[in-house]
Design a protein around this ligand. Structure first.
Ligand code: CO
Length: 177
C-alpha cells in the first residue's frame, strides 16, 4: 500500500546555488543533508508539508545521476512513494511484469529500504519505492555527522541557507568531531 509521496527529486549541478532558490527565495526549510557514496551524490531534503523536495548533486563523474545531468540537464529526476511493505509492492509489480531496476530492496539514505522501478514500465517516470526502518533515525544521524565533516573540509563558499543549517548543527551540543 502506498502511504504518501515521500519526495520528489530534482538533479542540480550545484547544491549551494540550488538552495539559493529553494530555501532562500521559495522559503522551504533545509532539514537534512547527506553524502550517499554508492550513488555518488550529495543530497539535501527540504520538507514541503507531508513530502520533501530532494535535491541531488552528483559529486562523481560516473554515477547514474551524473549521466542524467550530462544527458538531460538539471531538472526532475524521480518521484518516491513511501510504502508500508516494499517486498509486497515489488511482488505486485513483478506479477504485473513491470520492469524493475532493483528486484530486491537496497539500503538507501538513512538506512531505509528502497527500490527503483524502471521508467519503461511507468510511462517515462523513474519511480522510487521506500519503506522506513526502525534504525533510520540513528543511521540518519550518523550520515549527518559525515556530511558535516565533508562540508567543513570542502572549503566551499556557502549560501545563507547552508550556513544557517550548519550553524544549527554546530550549535546543538554534539561534540562528536
Ligand atoms: Co529519492
Amino acid at each position: 500500500m502506498i502511504k504518501k509521496i515521500s519526495h520528489i527529486a530534482v538533479v542540480v549541478p550545484n547544491l549551494e546555488e540550488a538552495l539559493g532558490f529553494w530555501v532562500e527565495v521559495l522559503g522551504l526549510p533545509l532539514a537534512h543533508m547527506e553524502y550517499v557514496p554508492d550513488q555518488g551524490v550529495d543530497v539535501a531534503f527540504l520538507p514541503a508539508g507531508e513530502s520533501d523536495v530532494e535535491l541531488l548533486e552528483p559529486v562523481t563523474e560516473d554515477s547514474g545521476v551524473a549521466r542524467f545531468l550530462q544527458k538531460r540537464g538539471p531538472g526532475m529526476h524521480h518521484i518516491c512513494f513511501e510504502v508500508d511493505d516494499i517486498e509486497a509492492m515489488l511482488a505486485r509489480l513483478k506479477a504485473a511484469n513491470v520492469p524493475l531496476i532493483n528486484e530486491e530492496p537496497t539500503i538507501g539514505t538513512g538506512g531505509k529500504k528502497i527500490a527503483f522501478v524502471h521508467p519503461k514500465g511507468t510511462g517515462g517516470v523513474l519511480v522510487e519505492l521506500y519503506e522506513s526502518t526502525p534504525e533510520e533515525p540513528m543511521r540518519r544521524r550518523e550520515k549527518l555527522v559525515e556530511m558535516r565533516r565533508r562540508l567543513r573540509e570542502g572549503r566551499r563558499v556557502y549560501t545563507a541557507g547552508i550556513r544557517a543549517f550548519l550553524a544549527g548543527l554546530w550549535g546543538n551540543g554534539d561534540k562528536s568531531d
